[in-house]
Each structure stands twice: as C-alpha cells, then as structure tokens.
Design a protein around this ligand. Sequence first.
Ligand code: T4K
Length: 368
Amino acid sequence: MENTITVTTPLLPDLDDFHSLLKEIWSSKWITNNGQFHQKLEEALCDYLKVPFISLFTNGTLPLLTALQALRISGEVITTPYSFVATTHSIWWNGIKPVFVDIDPSNCGIDPDKIEAAITPRTTAIMPVHCYGKPCDNKRIQAIADKYGLKVIYDAAHAFGVEVDGESVLNWGDMSTLSFHATKVYTTIEGGAIVMHDEATKKRIDYLKNFGFASETEVVAPGINGKLDEVRAVYGLLNLKQVDKAINARHQVAIQYRQAFQNVKGIRFFNDMIGVKHNYSYFPIFINAEEYGMTRDELYFKLRDHNILGRRYFYPLISTFSTYSGLPSASPDNLPNATRIANEVICLPMHHELSSDDINRIIELIVN
Ligand code: T4K
C-alpha cells in the first residue's frame, strides 16, 4: 500500500529545544496571561512580519470576532463566500448581516468591481480574504472604503509573511487577522493574531481578549477569553526560526507542480505575482472538466483512491450552508465565479516535508 500523503503536515519545532524552553516555563510557574514568552513572541512577530503592533490569540477565529468588536462594526459587512466558514461565522456571531460578493478568478479574493453594488446605508465594513495568501486588490478596496466611510478588516489567515513591493499585506486596511493553526505555514498548534496600526488599538484589543479587564478591578468592555498560553508561545518562537526554510521548501514544491502542469489542458493554477513575496501556503489547481476530460470530483476521488488527500478548499461555498443560504446575496446568480471555482478546485498536498517521490506520484496521477 502506498503511503498516505496529506494536504499538509504541521511545522514541528525541535523537541529538545522545545523541552528546554518548557523547563523554563515550569520553573517560572507562569503559564498563561501575557507571560514572558507571549511578550517575546509578539515582539519577534512584529519584527518578522514588519508590522507595528500585534496581539496574539488562542486561535484564528477569535481575532475575526474581536476585530469586528473592536471597530464597533454593526449592520452589514461585505465579504466573500469563498473562504473557510470562520470568516462569515465571525460576522454572524456579532449579530451582523453578511453580504456576499463574488470573487475575482485571478486571485480568488473579493472582486472590487462588485463591491459598490452591494453597499447599502447599513454597510459598515468590508471583510476581504487573502485567499491562499494571494493578496487582494487593496488599492481598489481601500478607495471604495474611503469613499463610503467603511472599515476594512482583512482575513489574512493564509497570508503569513506575504509582502507586496516589500510591504506586509498585514498593514493594509484597519486591521488584519492571522491564523496559526497546525495546518498553516506558520503554527503555534492553535493560535492567531490581530495586526493593528497603533498602540491605543492594541491596548483595547488586549483588554478585549482578556474579558475586558483593564486592571484588577476594572472591566471596560464585554471581552472574551482569547489568550495564547506560554507553551504555545514557546512553540511559536521556535517555529519562527524555521519558517523561512519551510517556505523555501514549499516554493520548490510549487515550482515542480507548475512545470508538470504547464502544458496540461484543463488545469489552471496560479503563477507568482510580480513584486509579491509569496508564502506558498496552498497549491490550488482548477479543473475545467471539458478540457481535462475528467471532473474535479473524479480527479479528487482518484487521488484519494491512491492515498493522496488533497482538499477542496473552498467547497462547498459558505453561502450554501443553511445559516446563510436564505440571504439574498447567497444566490448563485450573484456569485457566478465563486460557484464555478468551488466546483473546480483541488488544493494539492503542499508542505515543507513533501519528498520528490511524493510529488512525482501526485503529478503522475494528474498528468496521465
Ligand atoms: N479564516 C480563514 C481564511 C481560514 O482558512 C481559517 C482556518 C480561519 C479563518 C480560522 O482560523 P482557526 O480558528 O482555524 O485558527 C483546516 C483548519 O482547521 C483551519 O484552521 C483552516 N482555516 C482550514 C482551511 O483548514 P480542516 O477541517 O480542513 O482541517 P483538518 O483537521 O481536516 O486538517 C487538514 C489536514 O492537515 C489533515 O488531513 C492532515 C493535516 N493535519 C491536520 C492537523 C490538525 C496534520 O497533519 N496534523 C494536524 O494536527 O480545517
């Protein structure tokens, strides 16, 4: 039986290094609530990501919920259905109505041409997603936001370390959120963060993730418990040392996939964008069944039959789930690109430990 190849595998720190830092935590007896390693990780991430302020969280969903709270967003928020459910759920959990807008096939992000038509007097914000780490068209999104007085919160869960012309995409909009889940390029096992522009906002978000406590006796807002503990902060500090190597390894995988698929009819994939520092977090391919001679699902299950576990990120669309399918903006007529692409996509295995044999096995099944 051929070995199983999963869509990803976690970035694991060296066990001895992890152990020696665990010993430090044990002797300090400070294991959560803004401990020394939490503070060190915030500093180290600001440096690495080239961002001014960051607030760590215990996963990548709470930052979305909290960013909406911190900016006091209400009414309606414009977003796309082509994402992980957490994006839209965060809007819904805040009692806000999500309004779906179609995506641009060139990056699977929100199509700026479709945003203005979705704005109503109740719209207060736009929540675009840098899907697969492909940067959205920030200039156009921000211009629309400025024209209508809207906030922009980027779901940058996939965009760790992504830069455009030397600038981190995490500095775009009013805030950006990250996920450090085990399946991400950079991980703290579970974890996440909000990136913000100023110290006052960081302070407010730090309160919000700690139940709203501003001091021992003062609760200034209805906060939540979103804190990252010391064990995962240490895990994150160690992974920061090896994330560049992991991204380079992913880049090599992308190069091999692209070479193999460039002349295959009916397979579309993304090339690198000029001026962009990519993180190769995912390798989606899009199957045109007529040209390829097989549907996306036929290929997906053929790969599964050979123990190659790609994933159909993002199928089904969020707008098709029962919570959201009744919304007028959830109609497939409103979302032709997202609807088509959700039926074309397979994210192929993409991680730092894929061997050439693994890659060749995957390629052979797809090309032949
Ligand atoms: N916004 C966006 C745009 C997101 O994509 C996400 C999360 C969020 C927000 C929310 O962030 P978090 O609250 O999750 O931090 C995964 C992840 O659970 C999720 O984090 C991620 N997006 C989503 C795209 O993918 P699943 O259900 O596909 O994961 P799972 O458990 O099936 O794992 C996929 C594969 O990874 C496994 O087949 C094998 C490998 N794996 C996984 C785990 C957990 C391992 O090798 N080891 C592991 O420990 O959702």
